[in-house]
Structure formats: C-alpha cells, structure tokens
Ligand binder design. Structure first.
Ligand SMILES: Nc1ncnc2c1ncn2[C@@H]1O[C@H](COP(=O)(O)OP(=O)(O)OP(=O)(O)O)[C@@H](O)[C@H]1O
Length: 205
C-alpha cells in the first residue's frame, strides 16, 4: 500500500497553482492519471520519485516513510527503487540498447526476457539515435523495469508506439507487472487506452 498526502506549489505563469493529492495506491494496482496539460501530472510523478519536493505532506510505502515534510524525512531517489519512464525517454546517447539494460542489471536471463518483451532483441547493438521514436520509448520502458522496481511510474509511455505494437506491449506488460507485483502509475493523455487494464484512476484538475 502506498499512501500519498502531499501539497506542492507549481511554478506557473498564471498565478500560484497548487497540486493537492490525497490518495492510496493499493499494492499491485495500475492507476491512470489524467487531466489538462500543465495540471501537474509529471510533477506528481517526480514528487514520488524524489526528483522534486512537496512543501507539505507524507509519502508512506509499505509502512516505510519515504517523505515527511514535518519530520524532515526524505529518502533519496536511488534508495526508493522506483522505475521511471520519462516523457522524453531520457536515454543515454552513447549506450546501446543492451548497455542500457546492463547498466541496471547483471541478470542475463532477465535482460533477454526484457528485450523480447520490447521486441528489441534484434536491435541490441543500436544506440538511441538509430532507433525509431517507438523503439526508444520501448527501451525507456525496459530500462525502467530492469532494476525490478516495486513501483513503476510512467509518463505518457505509449505516445510514440503504433496501435498494434501498443496492444501487444500492454498485454505482455500487464502479465509481467502482475507476476512481479509491481504497483504502477501511468500518466496518459488518452486514458481510454488504459481501459480494461487500469484498476484505479486519479484526475488532476
Ligand atoms: N519542479 C517543479 N516545481 C514546481 N513547479 C514545476 C516543477 N516542474 C514543473 N513545474 C511547473 O508545474 C506546472 C505543471 O507541469 P507538469 O509538467 O507537471 O504538468 P503536466 O500535467 O504533466 O502537463 P502535460 O500534460 O503538458 O505534460 C508547469 O507550469 C511547470 O512550470
């Protein structure tokens, strides 16, 4: 169970905007987040990963406090073991597909399974600039999974992937996430794409 009660001011041009979230994410659930552009969805994912700090509140994951503004507790990103799929992928330009995964894990069988899942097994020696947008996006998803996170945060993870590939990837991901008991939070501009998969939702105003 993940309990999040936070308040975070956004640096907007139109006065002071605050995101307020009070939500429980059940272990193993898949939550979709949607809402207008600029409403703070990406910022919220960053708060959970400790890439930016809220002014108020608490984040408690499986009984362990990751963040508490009053008690000044803030577990650093690298100790939260969160998988993060960034909207702009954030791949390493000088690393091949395989090196992205080897950077995160030494488990060869796991690397092979991930490469098959993302249909990148034939592109292992390619660097990001030689991959299509959809292939880069799939690599970003595989890299996020490679450390076997208990929590997976994905920001528009399927935006560049064609519909057929998306349907296949989502079906396989869904099995894998269940098997690994990963709690997943997905920001989507097209929340219908997650119908039948997401078990919960959070709407940003
Ligand atoms: N670290 C930060 N701290 C405070 N405010 C931020 C931070 N990063 C971005 N912002 C501001 O928060 C607002 C919301 O940005 P954010 O990217 O979270 O929205 P979003 O809902 O994900 O939008 P989109 O759907 O367009 O991706 C923007 O006005 C942005 O300037």
């Amino acid at each position: 169970m993940i309990n999040v009660t936070i308040e975070k001011k956004l640096k907007g041009y139109h006065g002071q905007q605050v995101i307020k979230v009070d939500h429980q994410f059940t272990a193993g659930s898949v939550t979709k987040i949607y809402g207008p552009s600029g409403s703070g969805k990406t910022t919220f994912l960053k708060v959970i990963a400790s890439l930016t700090k809220p002014e108020k509140g608490r984040i408690v994951v499986g009984g362990i406090t990751w963040f508490d503004a009053e008690q000044k507790i803030d577990v650093p990103t690298q100790k939260r073991n969160v998988g993060f799929v960034f909207q702009q992928y954030a791949l390493f330009p000088n690393m091949t597909v395989r090196q992205h995964l080897e950077y995160a894990t030494t488990d060869e069988l796991w690397i092979k399974r991930l490469l098959l899942l993302g249909k990148l097994d034939t592109l292992q020696t390619h660097k990001p600039e030689y991959l299509s947008g959809g292939q880069q996006q799939r690599l970003a998803i595989l890299r996020a999974l490679a450390t076997r996170p208990k929590l997976l945060l994905m920001d528009e993870p399927f935006s560049a992937i064609d519909p057929k590939m998306k349907a296949e990837l989502m079906a396989e991901l869904s099995v894998l996430l269940k098997e690994m008991e990963i709690t997943t939070i997905i920001v989507s501009h097209n929340p219908q794409e997650l119908d039948g998969w997401a078990t919960d939702e959070l709407v940003f105003e």
